[in-house]
Design a protein around this ligand. Structure first.
Ligand code: FES
Length: 669
């Protein structure tokens, strides 16, 4: 094998890299098939050996093959790519883990494996470097001892792991030792060795060789330095290598898009090949020859077929000229936690363009509850690249709509939904390489979830850190989804859970998301100036405090985006303002309204019977945004518009008092 060296910086990429990882199937039938086949083979060989119907070598070969295949089930389960339902992945993973290495629990394996993805080839932090970085003469020994460094890694990180997971792994370790001792003391050790111990070691040996050493050895870049050159594809002889290695000959694709099921690696490579090559992807041939991009093109010209490219799906703005209500059917209401639900909407085809949204935007909904009209504003929590429109509602004791949503709202109900508004997010560029950080508390996760998912899908080189504060694990909204995203985007997404009332949570992450905690992070691995965009969403006091701290530490105010569900409930400043005449442009029509002294521009429009958009009335949501075309206004408070937007002439009309006798505002621009 020829060693490769750290790569020179590749030319700026021209092709964006689509993320095919979003297409996790509802159930991966190939996984079901190989899982069932492997269990059947293992059961047969065990049954045959116990009845002296098979010689020991045949039993060992069959069982080792079955365990090798079960690793692919375990591997896909660890990345949640078997099913969109989390429990399905966990169920497959737990069973497969018992065969592959019963010393370690499935959850512990998933943790170790994600750390491998995050730190590939990093001698200090990659648990698989034991194999991929081994000197050649030690390689055969290390292949068969692969789970030892895993156990050592777990011990080193035991404080970071939930207690239940540590207990499960400890229980498994003790049980394995007990079974072996019992077999030895009852004279059945050789039987156990033939049925399981020898096949399992052989499978581990081959797995370490094919899943770790072949794709990673002799590559000098780490995942953090160059994710395209920390893992390689091995091209050629796909007809035999792909079924034999269960697609791990295209292991680079797996490291770039960990959530793709194993049988789709090659298709993903072919669809995006030009984009990978522009990034100087590491490629070797079946015979171990390393190819640079030009050599690969030449190799392919001689060997292969041309690849095709797919366009990146970008978020789209609503096509509505100004925010407007439409009746929309509820498609589903699902529990997220004891006190929150996810509401999905069934948007009719003819309204799809109007309900397109950008990440971080929100929906205002209106309904009649017992003769009382209610209007609420909720952030969209789905990726803007999907066709899903969904919000999450957290129960507020005494809250009219949240109580209704928790107890009575059902699929088939219809709510009035305003087309999406708000500007919490930031434009995305598929070719950008940026560093984003979001800080959220409680239900503040909802817009952040949309921003995070959309950003990672569109900007395939960007990284995201989420600092998320909650009371405990059970009250954490979207806990499972976040775990899955972390598994899917292992090397680009880091989630730091901070919990205030969870005694089992790691001690250094217990408490609140507050100024001292952020100061600590800024002083260690998150200097404020190293971050391209900050997104803060949660209670007013937390958000304003953290924003001030970031700006004090050098973050540019325009790069710190804040989102509040409610503005300060401070007393209205109505004195000192005079009556005025307000010209209002709304949905293409002109109106002139009289504004009484002390009223806001929005109040004057509503009093005149205009359907001007609004939601929170507290300067927090931005739904009432309009552009001042004539005259001037003074805003009481503004938590929704960035300085540059205000500079461009936009105001929150729910907070705006005219300071000139005539004012003109336009809601349509
Ligand atoms: S209605 Fe929310 S900012 Fe004006």
């Amino acid at each position: 094998m020829s060693a490769t060296t750290a790569s020179p910086a590749p030319a700026a990429p021209r092709h964006a890299l689509p993320d095919p990882g979003v297409a996790v199937p509802s159930i991966s039938w190939p996984i079901v098939a190989i899982f069932s086949g492997a269990i059947a083979v293992f059961a047969f060989s065990t049954w045959a050996a116990l009845g002296d119907r098979l010689p020991a070598p045949a039993t060992i070969a069959l069982s080792a093959t079955a365990i090798f295949v079960l690793f692919t089930v375990l591997h896909d389960a660890a990345h949640y790519s078997i099913s969109t339902r989390r429990w399905v992945n966990v169920a497959f993973g737990r069973v497969a883990m018992l065969f592959v290495s019963p010393l370690i629990s499935f959850k512990s394996f998933a943790f170790i494996h994600i750390e491998h993805h995050r730190n590939t080839n990093d001698g200090e932090n990659d648990p698989d470097h034991f194999v991929s970085g081994a000197p050649l003469w030690q390689v055969p020994v290390r292949f068969g001892l692969m789970d030892l460094p895993y156990l050592a890694f777990l011990v080193r990180n035991v404080k970071r792991r939930p207690r239940a997971e540590v207990l499960e792994t400890s229980f498994l370790l003790v049980t394995v030792v007990a079974v072996i001792v019992t077999a030895a003391s009852t004279g059945h050790l050789w039987t156990l060795a033939v049925l399981y111990l020898i096949p399992e070691r052989i499978a581990v040996f081959v797995l370490a060789w094919w899943f770790d050493w072949l794709p990673h050895h002799d590559l000098e870049d780490t995942q953090q330095e160059n994710r395209y050159r920390a893992t390689r594809n091995r091209v050629g002889s796909e007809w035999i290598l792909t079924p034999l290695l269960l697609s791990q000959n295209y292991h680079l694709v797996h490291h770039l898009h960990p959530s793709i099921p194993f049988y789709r690696y090659i298709a993903a490579w072919r669809r995006n090949e030009e984009a990978y090559l522009e990034r100087d992807a590491a490629i070797g041939t079946v015979f171990g020859q390393q190819l640079d991009t030009d050599e690969y093109r030449e190799w392919k010209r001689l060997n292969g077929k041309m690849a095709r490219l797919l366009p990146v799906r970008m978020p789209r703005q609503s096509s509505a000229r100004a925010a407007v209500f439409h009746p929309v059917r509820v498609a589903g209401v699902d529990r997220l936690t004891d006190d929150s639900v996810l509401i999905r909407f069934d948007v009719p085809d003819d309204l799809r363009d109007q309900f397109s949204f950008e990440p971080g935007q929100h929906l205002t909904l209106r309904t009649d509850l017992g003769g009382e009209g209610v209007r609420r504003n909720y952030s969209i929590c789905a990726p803007a690249t999907s066709d899903t429109l969904a919000i999450a509602v957290k129960h507020i004791p005494g809250g009219a709509f949240s109580t209704f949503a928790m107890e009575q709202l059902r699929p088939g109900h219809t709510l009035d939904l305003m087309t999406p508004t708000g500007s919490f997010g930031t434009p995305l560029d598929p070719l950008a390489t940026k560093n984003y950080v979001a800080i959220a508390a409680g239900s503040g996760i909802t817009p952040v979830l949309s921003i995070l998912q959309t950003t990672l899908a569109v900007e395939t080189e960007s990284r995201f850190t989420l600092i998320y504060g909650n009371r405990d694990a059970d009250s954490t909204m979207f806990r499972d989804e976040l775990d899955e995203l972390e598994a899917r985007y292992a090397d680009r997404l880091r989630i730091i859970h901070v919990r205030s009332r969870d005694p089992r949570h790691p001690a250094h992450l217990r408490g609140r998301v507050d100024r001292p905690r952020l100061e600590e992070l800024l002083g260690s691995d998150l200097p404020a100036t190293s971050v391209d965009r900050w997104f803060l969403c949660g209670p007013v006091a937390m958000v304003t405090d953290l924003r001030d701290l970031l700006v004090e530490r050098g973050a540019e105010p325009d790069r710190v985006h804040v989102e509040l569900f409610h503005g300060y409930q401070k007393p209205r400043v109505a004195d000192g303002f005079s009556p005025a005449t307000v010209a209002v442009s709304l949905r293409g029509r002109q109106h002139e309204v009289a504004l009484a002294a002390g009223d806001t521009v929005l109040e004057s429009a509503l009093k005149a019977g205009l359907e001007a958009p609004y939601a929170c009335l507290g300067g927090a949501c931005g739904t009432c945004k309009a552009k001042v075309l004539l005259g001037s206004v003074s805003m009481e408070q503004n938590f929704a518009l960035a300085p540059a937007v205000v500079e461009a002439g936009y105001v929150l009309t729910c907070q705006s008092h005219p300071t000139t006798p005539s004012v003109a505002v336009d809601y349509d621009v």
